[in-house]
Design a protein around this ligand. Structure first.
Ligand SMILES: *Cc1c(COP(=O)(O)O)cnc(C)c1O
Length: 238
């Protein structure tokens, strides 16, 4: 029988192998377990196997899991919002998540800053960047990312931590690598500007179950893995 604990071990082995191949220290790449569509029990199982950071795409679903796990005494988990954040959902996100990886407009950041409760630590922010350019896709265009990072860095209660990208599915390692490298280039460019407020711009959230090797090769510091840990999702469009 394949358990979540076994799957986690397999994903860590893949990550370690990719780091070795890329000449990187495995400690520089963290694993975000994407638990969307799976229940609180699956999260609890992963937590029991040592997984600490979880990603959710659907705000309401994520918040119910956060609350269920806290009620069960699992209050040391770290929750990342990795789905689109509509204006009417910013308050829920600001109140219940630790990270938001999908900020692509100043307006969203302003709402999150205004709504982040004062008793909580700063909300950790990654800007979602649209590296392959489809106009219908979420994400700030690469040429606007630096200006957005500078603007968000001025807001209270938020800490800008880096970039996140969800490139289109690419057919092979080389094509995946090329897309991930364009995110990496932008990440390095922004870091090199020495912008005030971006001292902790250290996170490059790239790679999922299918392409984590290419992402690690390109410099990802956080891979987001769902299927590889929890199995395939039943829900269409998930
Ligand atoms: C669903 C999702 C993932 C995980 O995808 P898998 O292919 O199941 O590993 C990662 N990142 C985002 C933004 C997602 O929506």
């Amino acid at each position: 029988m394949t358990t979540i604990a076994d799957n986690l071990q397999r994903v860590h082995a893949r990550m370690a192998k990719a780091c070795a191949a890329a000449g990187r220290d495995p400690a520089t790449v963290s694993l975000l377990a994407v638990s969307k569509t799976f229940g609180a029990q699956a999260v609890a199982e992963a937590a029991a196997a040592g997984q600490r950071a979880f990603g959710e795409n659907y705000i309401q679903e994520g918040v119910s899991k956060v609350l269920a796990l806290r009620a069960a005494g699992l209050d040391a988990l770290q929750w990342h919002c990795i789905g689109p954040v509509q204006s009417n959902k910013t308050r829920l996100v600001a109140e219940h998540f630790d990270w938001v990886q999908t900020v692509d407009r100043l307006k969203t950041a302003e709402r999150l800053a205004a709504q982040r409760p004062a008793h909580l630590p700063a909300l950790q922010i990654c800007l979602q960047v649209n590296v392959d350019g489809g106009p219908s896709k979420s994400g700030v265009p690469p040429e606007d990312a630096l200006a957005l990072a500078q603007a968000v860095a001025q807001l209270p209660r938020l800490r800008v931590r880096g970039l996140m990208s969800i490139p289109d599915v690419a057919p092979d390692f080389e094509a995946q690598l090329a897309l991930h490298l364009s995110a990496r280039k932008l990440f390095d460019h922004i870091r090199a500007q020495g912008v005030a407020g971006l001292e902790e711009f250290d996170t490059l959230s790239l790679g999922m179950t299918a392409d984590l090797e290419a992402a690690i090769h390109a410099g990802s510091t956080m891979v987001r893995v769902g299927t590889g840990i929890f199995g395939s999702r039943a829900r269409v469009g998930a």
